[in-house]
Design a protein around this ligand. Structure first.
Ligand code: CAA
Length: 259
């Protein structure tokens, strides 16, 4: 097992579990932390024994945002030349499903990282916010885009423009940002449990389903429906579709080839 400076990495059955581990800075997402996260994600994406990934933080903070101390002195041209934060988008390109298990603060880039994941579970003390405006800047990794898609314009505007209106776990669930809320100490186990359910299915089907859902954010309805239907057609070219439907008829658990 590799050793990382800012992450704890383990596997539980078919699930990769990544814990952000920079407690002194409330998991502020410095550049090296994100590079490590990208490395781990790429490894899990390649590892055929892994079916899904869970990303979590500590009970106090999932992540308190981009590292303010690291970026405070950077300037426009350097940001442009290095495409600052560009490397963050790799998480959203992961092919395997990723669940964010959010306890405590998910602020700024922390909220944005959670939203790059496919499913968000929250602990009862979670807090989601986009406080960048208070720092004299704006969200830079999806806070104006993914948040608006997730919770609608009025709530997203209020969060982004005031910087101080945060959603607690219950509000986040009601708004559709979060799918389930758990007591903090159960959160990671519940996320791993769901990830293991996902990992029991045919992996190519899981990935196609993820791709199709994600197209809902990119395409018109007609194009999205066509994309979905063509992928659906293609599943009939696989062993796992044959086996899944045969098993249903024979009233038994399917034995998927690609698990
Ligand atoms: N960057 C760097 N360091 C951070 C940090 C961040 N985003 N958030 C917290 N820390 C550090 C603090 O500076 C402090 O370090 P020291 O002990 O060396 O002073 C340590 O973590 C503990 O933090 P606090 O003492 O502030 O803890 P608290 O419990 O009093 O407050 C908090 C918690 C409300 C989350 C507060 O830390 C906070 O407001 N953090 C900043 C949140 C923020 O503005 N995030 C947005 C960042 S910008 C961004 O993310 C841009 C983007 O879109 C990508």
């Amino acid at each position: 097992q590799e050793v990382y400076q800012y992450l704890l990495v383990e596997t539980r059955d078919k699930v990769g579990l990544v814990t952000l581990n920079r407690p002194k800075a409330l998991n502020a997402l410095c550049s090296d932390l994100f590079s490590e996260l990208n490395t781990v994600m790429a490894k899990f994406d390649e590892d055929q024994s892994i079916g899904a990934v869970v990303i979590t933080g500590s009970e106090k903070a999932f992540a308190a945002g981009a590292d303010i101390k690291e970026m405070r002195d950077s300037n426009y041209i350097d940001n442009y030349k290095t495409n600052f934060l560009g490397h963050w988008t790799q998480i959203s390109k992961a092919r395997k499903p990723v669940i964010a298990a959010v306890n405590g603060f998910a602020l700024g880039g922390g909220c944005e990282l959670a939203m790059m994941c496919d499913i968000i579970y929250a602990g009862t003390k979670a807090k989601f916010g986009q406080p960048e405006i208070k720092l004299g800047t704006i969200p830079g990794a999806g806070g104006t885009q993914r948040l608006t898609h997730a919770i609608g314009k009025s709530k997203a505007m209020e969060m982004v423009l005031t910087g101080s209106w945060n959603l607690n776990a219950e509000e986040a669930e009601k708004a559709g940002l979060v799918s389930k809320v758990f007591p903090p100490e159960q959160l990671v186990d519940e996320a791993v449990k769901t990830a293991n359910v996902i990992a029991q299915h045919s992996q190519p089907m899981v990935q196609m389903a993820k791709e199709a859902v994600n197209q809902a954010y990119e395409l018109s309805l007609a194009s999205g429906l066509l994309y979905e239907r063509r992928l659906f057609h293609s599943t009939f070219g696989t062993h796992d579709q044959r086996e899944g439907m045969k098993a249903f008829v024979e009233k038994r658990t399917p034995k998927f080839e690609h698990k």
